[in-house]
Design a protein around this ligand. Sequence first.
Ligand SMILES: C[S@@+](CC[C@H](N)C(=O)[O-])C[C@H]1O[C@@H](n2cnc3c(N)ncnc32)[C@H](O)[C@@H]1O
Length: 259
Amino acid sequence: MIVTTGGRTDQQTIMHARSLSKKYNSPYIDRSKQSIYRLKKRYQQDIITVSRNGIAIHPLAQEESITFHPSMAMVRAKRILNGETDPFTETAGLASGMSVLDCTMGLAADSIIASLAAGPDGRVTALEADPLLHLLAAEGLQTFTATNRTINEAMRRIKTMNAEHHEFLAAEPEDSYDIVYFDPMFSEAIDNANAIRNIHQQTNQSELRMETINEARRVARRRVVLKDHWKSTKFNELGFIQLKRKSSRFHYGYIDVQY
Ligand SMILES: C[S@@+](CC[C@H](N)C(=O)[O-])C[C@H]1O[C@@H](n2cnc3c(N)ncnc32)[C@H](O)[C@@H]1O
């Protein structure tokens, strides 16, 4: 991947782009009025643009660019702050002070909710296999400013890593996190408008394997949680108790590791 600036730029933005290029070990190039199409054609790489409005990623494999906006997480976060329940935190049994390993960060909506529920005394680590999506979410979590301070603090506390979850889990000691969470890409088609649809081509679409769940059970102290399509056979195949939710396209399931 290469880093450049948006079309119209200034000295501060150039400095930001240069520092990002160092941080992520990716070359910086002068934009020099070249179009994204032209840059992709010339370098055959994913492009990251930095502008005053923030960062956008332009994957080589798709025409649309992607920016970080935790819109759905904001709606859920506000519900939690109003004392309402969230099916993810409920399934996980997530409470203040707990530690969570989110094995499939994506654009970090669930990580934000986990961080909010775990609170300042908790700990959320989020893994994303794709370097480009990882960069977008990692930077977005540090810089996106919501109107609510508690949500901003929850975003800033999340520790992100560009890592493949099976390898990561295999290297972790046992009982390292209260909750280990998976939200792999659905194998069923998703027909609704959805943030994930925008990033679909960019994501790691490997299937969740029993070996990985076994590692997750070893690393989790309390629960392993899976989100998947309501029709998914994975809940059953991988030993999860599926919690059915009428009229919801996706369900959560869990394995209690204490028993
Ligand atoms: C459905 S999305 C997760 C969405 C996320 N829960 C959210 O709230 O935004 C799945 C993400 O997991 C990533 N992923 C898939 N397999 C992975 C693996 N083996 N290791 C790490 N990340 C993985 C994909 O690249 C994708 O970004």
